[in-house]
Design a protein around this ligand. Structure first.
Ligand SMILES: [Fe+2]
Length: 391
């Protein structure tokens, strides 16, 4: 076994109704004024106003803002950072899916670092050198893992790229995971964010960076997602499925923070920047086709995935069992109604070259279980263009 570092610095409060405790939590920590940030969609939901009320009821000041951009751009982060500074808040609370939490991470960093967020993106001129403003994340979806991760994904619209600011200093200090907040999530969002979590779990499990703790978390998350995602999509009010998905998403987040990701996230990030395909849609679409290419890189682990997703692999050779992992994911994607071909999301073959270029530049491609060339990525995209079903 190779040496490894395992990190999980976020304190997690988990349970239905936990978000109601936010006022007491802030008071306990001695905060005087919170900046409560979300996007315009979540801003319209009663949970946003309720959270503001709970914070104020605890005698803590609150500035409520719904200006977190979905797929945050450099410009929107740079515009909101001084607003937060001038508000006098001493803690930032991010409510929402991955976008508001990623947005908030960059905003918190810029409270203690000079310049534009552009300077701190991958390949930029500046490094994150210390803690930012304290950040508390309250996810409204079960999938992104942003509440425990070190990355803030930002879109550079000028260059048509999604890039990350990545630093352990960006990891939220506290995450409040309240599955009761997930009940109203539309079925499609449940499906696509759930597939994002599955992609985290699978990519970290088979990554060249995997270690025993990330493996344990990843495989358990794969099993829980296999058992619960269909149920949560079919009936959003199924609290047991919602709670299990929230836990699985958290475990998958902790797995990928340590084990890393791979080619699926590379392609999804490029598709997101160039064609605004939602992150979970892109991951769910690409995941099985990438697994078809990757399984030869680790037959044992892909056979584990097949079994964890409920495939009966008894009597099969290791290769046959490993190949079943992609089949199981195809079935899941089909069952929960997520696009499974590129034309369905408006991507044609003429769009391939910049997607391939972006994928080849992806930082974590180096830990994909197989070394992939541009031709390999093109082949994955070709398969995703053609589409297929279980054979
Ligand atoms: Fe993701």
């Amino acid at each position: 076994m190779k040496d490894f570092v395992f990190k999980m610095p976020t304190r997690v409060l988990f349970g239905a109704g936990k978000a109601k405790e936010i006022g007491a939590l802030l008071a306990e920590r001695g905060y005087a004024k919170a900046f409560l940030l979300t996007d315009e969609n979540v801003g319209k939901l009663p949970m946003f106003a309720a959270l503001e009320e709970d914070i104020r009821a605890a005698g803590i000041g609150c500035v409520a803002c719904d200006k977190a951009e979905i797929d945050p751009s450099i410009e929107s982060v740079d515009a909101l950072a001084p607003v937060v500074r001038e508000s006098g808040a001493d803690v930032l609370i991010a409510l929402g899916g991955g976008s508001p939490i990623d947005f908030a991470k960059a905003i918190c960093m810029l409270q203690t670092h000079e310049g534009s967020v552009r300077d701190y993106l991958f390949g930029g001129s500046k490094a994150v050198t210390g803690p930012g403003m304290p950040l508390i994340a309250i996810p409204t979806t079960a999938g992104t893992g942003s509440e425990v991760s070190a990355a803030s994904v930002i879109t550079d619209n000028e260059r048509g790229l999604k890039l990350s600011v990545t630093s352990d200093y960006l990891i939220p200090s506290l995450a409040v995971i309240d599955p009761a907040l997930h009940v109203g999530m539309p079925a499609f969002v449940t499906a696509t964010t759930g597939l994002d979590a599955l992609t985290h779990a699978i990519e970290s499990y088979v990554s060249l960076n995997a270690e025993p703790i990330s493996d344990a978390l990843g495989l358990a998350a794969i099993r829980m997602i296999g058992e619960n995602l269909r149920l949560a999509v079919a009936d959003g009010g199924n609290m047991e499925a919602r709670t299990n998905m929230a836990a699985a998403s958290l475990m998958a987040g902790a797995a990928f923070v340590n084990g890393g990701l791979g080619v699926v996230h590379g392609i999804a990030q490029s598709m997101g920047a160039l064609h605004h395909v939602a992150h979970g849609v892109a991951n769910g679409l690409i995941l099985p086709y990438a697994m078809e290419r990757n399984f030869v890189g680790n037959l044992k682990k892909f056979s584990d995935i097949a079994a964890a997703l409920g495939e009966d692999v008894t009597g099969m050779t290791l290769r046959e069992a490993a190949a079943m992992a992609a089949e199981a994911v195809f079935d899941l994607v089909q069952d929960i109604g997520v696009p499974s071909t590129l034309p369905e999301v408006g991507i044609g073959k003429a769009d391939f070259p910049p997607i391939i270029e972006g994928t080849m530049a992806y930082r974590l491609l180096a830990i994909n279980p197989c070394k992939l060339t541009a031709k390999d990525v093109e082949r994955i995209l070709d398969r995703a263009f053609e589409g297929r079903y279980r054979v």
